[in-house]
Design a protein around this ligand. Sequence first.
Ligand code: PLP
Length: 272
Amino acid sequence: MHIKKFKNFFLLDENLNNSYVSGNKFRKLQGILRSAGTIEGILSFGSPYSSHLLACAYYGKILELPVTGIIISEREIKTIRFPYLNMTKKFGTKLIFTDMVNAFSIIEKYKKQLPQYLWIPGGGHTLEAAKEYELFFDELFKKENIWSHINKIILPFGTGTTAYGIWMSVRKQENPIEVIGVSVSRNKDKCIYAVKEMEGLDKFPGLTIIDQFSGRYGQRDNESEKNRWRFFKETKVLPDPIYNARAVQYFYEQNYTNALIVNTGGMLNNLL
Ligand SMILES: Cc1ncc(COP(=O)(O)O)c(C=O)c1O
């Protein structure tokens, strides 16, 4: 049973999809690597909070492949202060640091230097990753018998791959449920652009994007902290402060009932 019922909502906790290195990035990478064929290494990028780079590092270790991760940040980064980054380094990933202005040229430089590596866009934003979520939800729709009680699926929206994959599965169902992606950084136009990139679709009926938190990536305030701990008391699951805190805050603000909340992972960021 993947989905748990609470008083007036349901929870799918993707922190539990693998031991320790888990979450949506882990599931997404699984899809990417399955369709990648033979590779000699992994090259990707992310923020200092990136659970995607840790997923790359984890698979690099298992598959005995070298991994290079480019960290984009405007601040000087002390790796030890960022749990995901710290762990990524421990798994043996080579970390390269850059600011936003130089990010593009650094990425291009490493792509040229390491042509035999699999290049993975930041956050694992690929169609294969989205399809992994589509497949997972196809299974959940078959196996779980809760769907008649659910009228919304709520999750954080970063690159939008996870929300898109879930929406792809939902739209095939007889009574499609609304999918609500709560953006943690981008405004609505940029979010739409990101899901359009997937397969070139123009319209996304039933996919709602909330951008009330746009431009506030990584910022923490009293309201979101309060809601994280309220959620913890109700579920015994503490949402991470960067991604899932936003979705949970939005959920409580709306007083929704009959929602499925997808906790997308990111638990190590609770150590921040
Ligand atoms: C824990 C966590 N949740 C959600 C997201 C967003 O997922 P997506 O990029 O698929 O929208 C990310 C990364 O961006 C993440 O690390």
